[in-house]
Design a protein around this ligand. Structure first.
Ligand code: HEC
Length: 141
């Protein structure tokens, strides 16, 4: 009888171990606490990095980058979560049409600054997409 308790105890710890080992799925950027709780200061930090580095490619689609108005692309990317997107920018990424250099050309940027620039990019993308939608509606009416 003692044996059963022994095995049950092992099973119990094994279950805990396996469930802790599972990686949580990434949180969509737009639903993340980091995005929702962005302070004004963090937004300004992100904006300044955007304006000196990221905007060169992502504003007009230079070097094969995707512009912010491409809602489908950025919505799909948002679901990769902040960690993976940060990694893409920090290490650089080869896209279908071009290459993003490590740190998106902001060589002096810290990890936090790159993180805020990614969050700012999604913040700005939402606004650019809304503006584009209004323009389409105005043309139709
Ligand atoms: C030299 C041009 C260039 C610059 C500068 C640049 N990017 Fe990119 N970026 C790209 C290209 C090219 C891709 C890949 C496009 C694709 O996936 O098809 C990309 C992709 C991305 C992605 C999606 C990554 C993924 O995992 O799919 C994010 C987020 C991003 N850039 C953010 C930034 C930020 C933030 C900055 C500024 C710190 C920046 N980029 C600067 C060219 C650039």
């Amino acid at each position: 009888m003692k044996n059963i308790y022994f095995y049950l105890t092992i099973l119990f710890y094994l279950t805990i171990f396996i469930s802790c080992d599972k990686k949580l799925p990434p949180v969509n950027i737009y639903q993340s606490d980091e995005y929702k709780n962005l302070t004004k200061k963090e937004l300004i930090t992100g904006e300044s990095i955007w304006a000196t580095a990221c905007f060169r490619c992502h504003r007009y689609g230079t070097n094969g980058a995707v512009i912010l108005e491409e809602k489908e692309y950025w919505d799909a990317n948002a679901s990769k979560g902040l960690d993976e997107l940060f990694k893409s920018v920090w290490e650089g990424k080869k896209g279908e049409e071009g290459v993003m250099p490590p740190k998106g050309f902001c060589n002096l940027c810290s990890e936090d600054e790159i993180r805020y620039s990614v969050l700012y990019l999604f913040h700005l993308a939402k606004r650019a997409q809304e503006a584009a939608e209004i323009q389409v509606k105005e043309k139709q009416s």
